[in-house]
Design a protein around this ligand. Structure first.
Ligand code: FPP
Length: 240
């Protein structure tokens, strides 16, 4: 299929899986897989933008990932620290607007500060909307949203009678970001792993056997081709 004939999904969400196996295959420590995975993130942001994708959301660290060995958690945090710092420069040269979703209080002060700086520095950029899910879990996000909404109702700022799906969405971390059109999970796993469960209600899923550090533009185009072959009916019957 010619790229120019393809419908490009507005929002692509990715579960980046397989860093550990990528490293193991090369007899390297797992952390090398994460380092390579972070490089892939940088490249995919550029590729997504060049293909006309407007929103890209990646799962960098889940609420469950704290259960990994301490050494691995601190290595990922160190990687994220460096990534967030570099990202300020990159976001401005690529015109990328960066947001971070997830629960921040468990992150260290300096990481929280870097996130704030990055969001502030890139907020007026008009290119790719890049969202990083960090200490993110869908159930946690929904519970936090419910708590805030209940509080606003108690305080008289919202009326329980006015709660709609759309209004509830505005309480989620992803407020203002359209729901993903396409979800990609790499490394052959076919699970949602507590990722964007509310937002993925009508999303097309694409599972790739490629390990995340090997994921590239060719693979992204393959996922978009598959997406083009599907008819989205949103629960209706579609065209005859
Ligand atoms: C899954 O691979 C990957 C992670 C839990 C971490 C993802 C982190 C990165 C790609 C790097 C940092 C992110 C950004 C945004 C720069 P795995 O370790 O579960 O792999 P395995 O299933 O093969 O063990």
């Amino acid at each position: 299929m010619d790229l120019s004939d393809m419908k490009i999904p507005q929002h692509v969400a990715i579960i980046m899986d397989g860093n550990g196996r990528w490293a193991k295959k090369r007899m390297m420590p797992r952390n090398m897989g994460h380092i390579q995975g972070a490089k892939t993130v940088e490249q995919i942001c550029e590729d997504a933008d060049s293909l006309g994708i407007k929103y890209l959301t990646v799962y960098a660290f889940s609420t469950e990932n704290w259960n990994r060995p301490d050494g691995e958690v601190s290595a990922i945090m160190k990687l994220l620290r460096n990534y967030l710092k570099d990202c300020i420069k990159r976001a401005n040269s690529n015109n990328m607007k960066v947001r971070v979703i997830g629960e921040r209080s468990r992150l260290s002060d300096d990481i929280r500060q870097k996130i704030e700086q990055l969001e502030e520095a890139s907020k007026n950029n008009t290119g790719l909307n890049f969202t990083i899910a960090l200490n993110y879990g869908s159930r946690d996000e929904i519970v936090r949203a419910v708590r805030r909404l209940v509080k606003d109702c108690k305080d008289g700022l919202e009326d329980m009678e006015n709660i709609t799906e759309e209004m509830f969405s505005s309480y989620l971390d992803t407020a203002g970001i359209p729901d993903p059109d396409l979800l990609i999970r790499t490394s052959g796993e076919e699970r949602l792993s507590n990722y964007l469960m509310w937002q993925l209600a009508y999303t097309e899923f694409y599972f790739s056997d490629v390990l995340w550090p090997d994921f590239d533009k060719k693979e992204l185009i393959r996922a978009i081709e598959k997406f083009n072959g599907r008819e989205r009916r949103y629960g209706g019957v579609g065209e005859e």
